[in-house]
Design a protein around this ligand. Sequence first.
Ligand code: NDP
Length: 291
Amino acid sequence: TSKQSVTVIGLGPMGQAMTRAFLANGHPVTVWNRTAARAEELAAEGATRAATVEAALAANELVILSLTDYDAMYAVLEPAASALAGRVLVNLSSDTPAKAREAAAWADGHGARHLTGGVQVPPSGIGRPEESATFYSGPEEIFEAHAATLQVLTATDYRGEDPGLAALYYQLQMDIFWSSMTSWLHALAVADANGVSAEEFLPYATSTVASLPGFLAFYTPRIDKGEHPGDVDRLAMCAAGVDHIVHTARDSGIDAALPAAVRDVFRRGLAAGRPGDSFTSLIEVFKGSNS
Ligand code: NDP
């Protein structure tokens, strides 16, 4: 075969899906996992098991890391650091931008190159590049040299040289995702307390979420200009609305900590003297630029 051979270190659900996607596309794969038993099925499907981390690193220039976090990477690679020279580490473990920058410097110190990745799909989305893109950052020529192989896993979205960028974009997406999904669960608890099932509410939840892109597009240029005019929404009006959400939850016997936290941000905006500005002025509360 002429397909690039790869090493995959870390065989959780994600590393296993990645290994299978490479094998299905004709890429020879060498695997290593701390719990060796997790490599057995993959070996039966055609992967080569490395007996040691050193052997896994020696097998291929391109080394995919799919570990719980960056601390797990150090736990695995520190003892084998002498085998790192000349390797390209593609770190598809999630962590913070600071950890990614630190790891890139650490890899450089051992003569290896580091690409940070931020995978945005569950294991079932691996091997379907038409469905999602993974953020990458780090040395551009290293990314370009391996992009075709990485595109077996997902599409690629190269964000820039700063090794922290892929992790940053990933965390920004998760910031939106978890706050939104948690607010949805909160609304469902209030709905349930009032005899409305998740199923009944689904079309309404869907329509609210589907309306968000219009708001994002409208407010984005204003936010980039630092302008928060109260021409279409006023913070004082929005704060009263958020207060009603808290009371509706409490009246329903539902924990109101989540909307109360949102209300607290609105109250800090009001206290900063912005009642006539748009709710988007709350970004200044987050930045701590009110005084
Ligand atoms: P898991 O946490 O299930 O897999 C962890 C892997 O890391 C296992 O191979 C485990 O080895 C290994 N590991 C953890 N700690 C250590 C350690 N101290 N020393 C050696 N090996 C260690 O994660 P997933 O496979 O689900 O995901 C991998 C990465 O992908 C994570 O960073 C995750 O955030 C990210 N991701 C996952 C998604 C998902 O839906 N699963 C979606 C998007 C990103 P062992 O088998 O021996 O325990």
